[in-house]
Structure formats: C-alpha cells, structure tokens
Design a protein around this ligand. Structure first.
Ligand SMILES: CC(C)(COP(=O)(O)OP(=O)(O)OC[C@H]1O[C@@H](n2cnc3c(N)ncnc32)[C@H](O)[C@@H]1OP(=O)(O)O)[C@@H](O)C(=O)NCCC(=O)NCCS
Length: 181
C-alpha cells in the first residue's frame, strides 16, 4: 500500500551502491512507485509482474544500481545498464525517487553518484531516455549538462564523460577498521 504521508524533513538517508542482497528492497521500491512515476520511469504503462521481473533481471544482468536508502528501505534508485555494440563504452541510465521524497535533491545526488560510478567503470557516454513531458527528468539531465534531443516521441539525453584517469581515484580511501587488542 502506497505511503501518502508528505515528508517535509530533509532526507536523512544514504546514497550507496546496492548489494546483491538488496534485490528485494529494490524490487519493493519499484513496486511502490505511484502510477505516474512508474509510467515516467518505464516510458509507458507497466504492471506489477513486469516491474518485478525487471528488477530481478537488472540485478542478474550486472547493472550498477545506486540506492537512496533510509533504514532498511530503498526509496530511490539510479541504474546504469551497459548498451552493447556501440562504438564507445555507452551506458543507459534511469532514475526513480518515490513521490513523497521527490523535489528534495535526492535525484540530483543519485545522478552525481551514478556519474562517478560510470566514470570509474570507463564509460565515456551515457544516455537517458524519457518522454518529452517529463519536466523533472529534463531539468535533472540539463543540470548535468546532458544534451537533450527529441527522437520519435522520446527525449534522449546524452552525457559525455572524460575517459577515466587516476585523477578520478577517490579522494579518501576507506581504511580497514583496527581489530580490538
Ligand atoms: C526524475 C526524478 C528521479 C527526479 O528526482 P528528484 O529527487 O525529484 O530530483 P531533484 O529533487 O534532485 O530535482 C531535480 C530537478 O528537477 C526538478 N523537478 C523535480 N520534480 C519536478 C517536477 N515534478 N516538475 C518539474 N520539475 C521538477 C527540480 O526542481 C530540480 O530542478 P532544478 O535543478 O532546476 O532545481 C523523479 O521525479 C522521479 O523519480 N520521477 C519518476 C521516474 C522518472 O521520471 N524517471 C526518469 C526517467 S528514467
């Protein structure tokens, strides 16, 4: 059942890559999307069976999925799927933030993290596809310098990335925790 309470506080969750064991939480997130968000996410009407099968497939196919996680719930996600057969390493990206949390900057944080992962994986271009009326996605894409063009009823955004170099290594490397004496 969809939670219709309006969240007014700042989002306190974390943005992190989802682990294989997060699949059920990712699936639940996609299934909780309201009708409009679901249509925008999948570029058309979809049903529960389709969305559930999609989530399973995404994890099996080695897609990178970044989540916005609060407690043990995934409430937003950004996906990076490889598009094979292109001249250069190309990814298709997609986003979903649950309605009660939209407009709070979570989509932008997910986008930023996804670009970091895409870069680290050596992708040099990313595509995002949506319908021409999806203002939120169009704004989000233009914020990250995506060139948007209109193609056969769909809006396709293209983001070009610099090839990966050592300069983009993480600034702070996590250190293993010391074992207690
Ligand atoms: C697209 C989506 C991921 C954006 O997430 P979000 O958390 O609301 O994004 P942010 O809060 O970071 O906002 C990003 C920009 O979009 C704008 N925006 C957000 N929702 C909007 C809306 N409903 N209408 C118009 N603009 C909107 C914000 O004002 C912001 O613009 P700015 O940079 O000029 O301030 C979210 O709306 C969503 O999940 N939509 C349904 C699924 C979808 O459309 N996915 C994209 C296609 S794969």
């Amino acid at each position: 059942m969809q939670d219709l309470r309006i969240k007014t506080e700042m989002p306190l969750g974390v943005i992190r890559q989802l682990r294989p064991s997060d699949l059920p939480k990712f699936r639940e997130h996609l299934l909780r999307l309201d009708v409009e968000s679901c249509r925008d996410r999948f570029n058309g009407p979809s049903n529960e069976a389709f969305v559930a099968a999609y989530a399973d497939r995404a994890f099996r196919a080695g897609t990178t999925v970044i989540g916005y996680v609060e407690g043990d719930e995934v409430l937003g996600a950004a996906e990076l799927h490889e598009i094979e057969g292109e001249g250069e390493p190309t990814g298709e990206i997609a986003f979903s933030v649950e309605a009660v949390l939209q407009h709070r900057g979570i989509g932008s944080r997910l986008f930023q993290r996804l670009i970091w992962h895409a870069h680290a994986l050596g992708y040099t271009q990313l595509r995002v596809t949506t319908h021409p009326q999806n203002q939120a996605m169009k704004k989000l894409a233009s914020r990250f310098n995506a060139r948007l063009r209109f193609e056969g009823g769909e809006t396709v955004g293209l983001i070009e990335l610099e090839p990966a170099t050592e300069i983009f290594a993480p600034q702070v490397m996590p250190q293993p925790r010391r074992l207690a004496a």
